[in-house]
Design a protein around this ligand. Structure first.
Ligand SMILES: Nc1ncnc2c1ncn2[C@@H]1O[C@H](COP(=O)(O)OP(=O)(O)O)[C@@H](O)[C@H]1O
Ligand SMILES: O=C(CO)[C@@H](O)[C@H](O)[C@H](O)[C@H](O)COP(=O)(O)O
Length: 472
């Protein structure tokens, strides 16, 4: 990783507030470029009941996310945290958390120094939330955005509350993604700041003029006062207003970024690279030529979307709602069946066993179409299994077929032939679900006719840190 010219920060903390886990990475600037000095990840176990929107709701407890963040930082070496000059923050896009601007958190002395806990914040309504039905979305004003509106997008969720629980919104005067919330707490921002990357993921945002569809939103009674200010990715949001886990007061904090853009940034070096990220979700993405502008009106039936990257560039993204979350659901199902049969098996013990079992099986006729959660362009198409032969029903056969299906599903959204036509010559793999699953990696290498290079499992956090080394 080569640092840009000019005075560079010495040590940068990168944070990724993911859907399943929080990752933290300490990246140092050396004469040979940037190096990952330390990293840590902690599962958040944050899923919470969505009282108002069950069963389609998919909410997370912000207190638990911040607890996992604090545990990650407490596990990093103090002497390195004391050298941190910049903090890069990224996380799960699309979702929305609401808070009271002057009461969003409570600072207190913890072991190595002050830390904050979430206070007077709503749950995080995540990108996986399904409360906005197709008919509800169709009832909303037409956005002026190149990104099709979907359930789980921040603006769609706000409209849902406006219609179903307007008093809920009256309790808050600030909103953002979970990563915008953390930046606002660190810098004590009265008005949250949001990058173009995250604004595009909320809907009703025009990337060309970098502004919200304020007129359209106002006309329909949308609480536009909740919309954050928008800034360029890579810009500085502010400075820490106090020491934090040993990080000196005054550290520069970057505007919060999108997670898959940071995963891409951590490894993309050639325009002929495609990045395949498997985390809770999954994305297959390639960078578009400089100057590319997406079509103004999106095609909702298209599996491909264009997301803002850095410096006005765009990424073409096959963004699947089905990634590691499908494997996690399968593991949960196995644990549930075992329990119904009278056995208590920890899910953490099931992953290595199903992976080992699948490594002993070659691909078979068993075929799994894995879209348990539908896709944004095909919300009604759920999962299915076919080619079931009596001799191919072992845990290994099923796991191998599931991993194969996940990769083939992404390929159906951005086909190999299209990658070849766009000049792709290599696949860069990222995300914990890929890093921790050899069967998934084998299927990637079998299905893609390109060399595959793997990053680490804290790619987005590393990418967020790298951006700070290159920020002005
Ligand atoms: N012990 C494990 N072995 C292999 N894969 C795992 C294990 N635990 C979790 N996973 C996979 O990792 C995925 C989460 O990856 P992660 O990068 O933490 O997600 P995110 O960045 O979205 O928070 C889970 O959805 C699951 O499929
Ligand atoms: O849906 C898209 C893009 O539209 C995804 O890339 C989306 O950004 C990600 O699923 C969310 O940010 C969650 O990411 P992760 O927690 O799965 O890493």
């Amino acid at each position: 990783m080569a640092a840009a010219g000019g005075p560079v920060p010495t040590c940068v903390l990168g944070i990724d507030l993911g859907t399943t886990s929080v990752k933290a990475a300490l990246v140092t600037g050396t004469e040979r470029g940037l190096a990952l000095a330390q990293s840590c990840s902690r599962e958040t176990q944050a899923y919470s009941d969505s009282l108002g929107a069950a069963p389609q709701g998919m909410e997370q407890d912000v207190q638990k996310i911040i607890k996992a963040l604090n545990e990650c930082l407490a596990a990093l070496p103090q002497q390195q945290l004391q050298r941190v000059t910049h903090i890069g923050v990224t996380g799960q896009m699309h979702g929305v958390v609401f808070w009271k601007s002057d009461k969003g958190c409570k600072w207190s002395e913890s072991g190595p120094g002050p830390a904050f806990e979430a206070e007077q914040v709503s749950p995080l309504i995540t990108w996986r939330d399904g409360r906005c039905s197709p008919s509800f979305l169709a009832s909303l004003p037409l956005p002026q955005s190149h990104v099709s509106l979907a359930t789980g997008f921040g603006c769609a969720t706000v409209y849902w509350y406006l219609k179903n629980s307007p008093d809920f919104l009256k309790a808050y005067d600030a909103a953002g993604t979970i990563q915008d919330y953390v930046v606002a707490m660190l810098c004590d921002l009265k008005k949250p700041l949001m990058s173009v990357q995250n604004a595009a993921s909320w809907g009703y945002f025009n990337c060309r003029n970098k502004s919200w569809n304020t007129d359209i939103l106002k006309k329909s009674g949308f609480p536009v006062h909740l919309l954050p200010e928008v800034g360029d990715p890579g810009s500085i949001a502010g400075r820490t207003t106090c020491a934090w886990h040993g990080i000196p007061k005054g550290a520069k904090v970057g505007i919060a970024l999108g997670d898959f853009q940071c995963s891409v940034y951590s490894c993309l070096t050639e325009r002929t690279d495609a990045v395949l990220n498997f985390s809770t979700s999954a994305q297959l993405t390639i960078s578009m030529p400089s100057g590319f502008q997406p079509p103004e009106a999106p095609d909702p039936s298209s599996a491909l979307t264009y997301f803002p990257y850095f410096n006005g560039d765009y990424l073409a993204v096959a963004a699947s709602l089905n990634g590691g979350n499908v494997l996690a659901t399968f593991v949960g199902m196995v644990a549930q069946w075992a329990q119904e049969l009278g056995f208590q098996v920890e899910e953490s013990a099931i992953y290595p066993r199903i992976i080992q079992a699948a490594l002993a099986q070659n691909p078979s006729k068993l075929s799994v179409h894995p879209t348990l959660f539908g896709e944004r362009h095909l919300p009604e198409l759920l999962a299915s299994v076919s080619g079931i032969g009596a001799s191919e029903l072992s845990l290994g056969h099923v796991t191998r077929a599931l991993c194969c299906g996940l990769v083939e599903n992404l390929c159906s959204m951005l086909p190999v032939q299209q990658l070849e036509e766009m000049g792709v010559r290599r696949i860069l793999g990222s995300g914990s679900a890929l890093a921790r699953n050899e069967v998934l990696r084998q299927e990637v290498e079998r299905i893609f006719p390109f060399p595959v290079v793997y990053g680490k499992d804290v790619d987005a956090a590393v990418g967020a840190a790298m951006v700070m080394f290159h920020s002005k």
